[in-house]
Design a protein around this ligand. Structure first.
Ligand code: BG6
Ligand code: MG
Length: 216
């Protein structure tokens, strides 16, 4: 029996990957690095600074910037990204998300956000679902990003559960790997590319029922 749900945000609750991509592409162009939508798949679930590192390595420029300069580049990307988020509304929730969260609440199932994004509280406010969650793991408190299981272990702790008692939802391979490494049951969501190792893969949350998942 499962007793709690742990959600990734970007790609599970709402589709922000297109905004991350636009902002990273602009930033990369400005320093002479070209990235495409396929490369962007490799940034899903990866923290802001680790994403920048991957872009610099991709462009062969990993040794060209000091830490201060890298922080300035990451801040520039984030300022652009946050501008792109201003128009988010509840209509940007992915299909079935609101209904699924409401069904979880009706079944007294605690829900937690385990996202690498430092913008998660702002995005949840914009989507008007902040109240649906019992906790948000603060990514600033993590020593390692996904695929390390740390964020999922902390998410389970936040609702007084063991990872084995929770179900995790993820759209990125790094996230599915982290969920499985923590011992949680993994639901892969909206995968464009195959998600290896997930216990179930669905296109949308509309395909799932809360009582059925609790039986897993
Ligand atoms: C993850 C996204 O949810 O958050 C990544 O999938 C992103 O693409 C990461 O880099 C960090 O987000 P932010 O908002 O803190 O820059
Ligand atoms: Mg994601």
């Amino acid at each position: 029996m499962k007793k709690g749900f742990v959600f990734d945000l970007d790609g599970v609750i709402t589709d922000t990957a297109k905004f991350h991509y636009l902002a990273w592409k602009d930033l990369a162009d400005s320093i002479g690095i070209s990235i495409d939508i396929k490369f962007n798949e490799r940034l899903k679930g990866i923290s802001r600074m680790d994403s920048l590192e991957r872009i610099l390595v991709h462009g062969g420029k990993e040794n060209e910037y000091s830490l201060d300069e890298k922080e300035a580049l990451a801040t520039k990307k984030n300022t652009h990204y946050v501008e792109l988020l201003q128009d988010l509304t509840p209509a940007d929730l992915l299909p079935g998300v609101k209904e699924f969260l409401d069904e979880a609440k009706a079944n007294h199932v605690p829900c937690v956000i385990a996202s690498a994004s430092k913008n998660a509280p702002f995005i949840l406010e914009k989507l008007e679902v902040a109240d649906e969650f019992d906790a948000i793991v603060d990514p600033a408190t993590l020593s390692k990003g996904k695929p390390d299981p740390e964020i999922f272990i902390k998410a389970a702790q936040a609702i007084d559960l063991k990872p084995e008692e929770a179900v995790g939802f993820e759209d990125a391979q790094a996230g599915v790997d982290g969920i499985k490494a923590s011992g949680m049951f993994a639901v892969g969501v909206m995968a464009n590319e195959a998600l290896h190792g997930a216990d179930i893969v669905v296109k949308k949350l509309t395909e799932l029922s809360v009582p059925e998942l609790l039986q897993k």
